[in-house]
Design a protein around this ligand. Sequence first.
Ligand SMILES: CC(C)(COP(=O)(O)OP(=O)(O)OC[C@H]1O[C@@H](n2cnc3c(N)ncnc32)[C@H](O)[C@@H]1OP(=O)(O)O)[C@@H](O)C(=O)NCCC(=O)NCCS
Length: 194
Amino acid sequence: MAFFRSLAAAESVPTLAGDGVTLRTPQMADFPAWSALRDQSRGFLQPWEPTWPPDDTSRLAFRKRLKRYVRELESDQAYPFFVFGRDGALLGGVTVSQIRRGVSQTCSLGYWMGERHAGRGHMTAAVKALAPFVFDTLKLRRVEAACLPHNFASIRLLEKSGFKREGYAREYLCIDGRWQDHLLYALLRGDVVG
Ligand SMILES: CC(C)(COP(=O)(O)OP(=O)(O)OC[C@H]1O[C@@H](n2cnc3c(N)ncnc32)[C@H](O)[C@@H]1OP(=O)(O)O)[C@@H](O)C(=O)NCCC(=O)NCCS
C-alpha cells in the first residue's frame, strides 16, 4: 500500500523541459546509468560533495535513496530530478531541498553533472527549466545555493543563472570530509535570466 502511495507521489511531479535537457523524478530503472555515471565521475565530484558512504553507488543504496526521495516528496521537503540529454542519456542531477514554508517560502538548490557532460551548458539549461517549477508550481519565493569559494564552475553557473551573492558562511557544510566555508547565493523570481 505504502509503495503505491509512493509511486503516486513521484508520478505527480511534472517532467520539465529545457534547452536540450529534460528533468524528471529518479526511478529504479535509472540505477544502471546513475551508478555508472557516478562511479566514472567519482574523482570529479568528490571534492565538492559530502563524503560518499562506501556502498553509495550500490543497488541497495539507490533503492534506499529512492525511498527517501519519495518520503521527502510526499512531505513537500524536497524535489529531486535527474537531468537527461536529447538522446535520453543521464547527464546529472539537480535537487530542490530543505523547503521551508510559512514566512520563509525558501528552498536550497543542489546539483551535479557527470564529468564527461560538464561544461556544455547542460546545468545552466536545467536550472533555467527548474525556475518556473520552483516559483510558479511550488510557489516558493527564494532559491538558496551555497558553494565553495574555489568552485569556479559552480560560481559561474550560479551567476549566469541570475543568482546574487549574499554572503559568506564560515564552516557552513561538511564537504569531502571537512567543514568548509561557503559563498551564499540566492535567486528571487525577478533575478531569473531570460
Ligand atoms: C558545477 C556543475 C554542476 C556545473 O555543471 P555544468 O553543466 O558543467 O554547467 P554549465 O556548463 O551550464 O556552466 C558552467 C560554467 O562554468 C564555467 N567553468 C567551468 N569550469 C570553470 C573554471 N574552472 N573556472 C571558471 N569557469 C569555469 C563553464 O565554462 C561554464 O560557463 P560558460 O557557459 O560561461 O562557459 C559541474 O561542473 C559539476 O558537477 N561540478 C562538480 C560538482 C559540483 O561542483 N557540484 C556543485 C557543488 S556547489
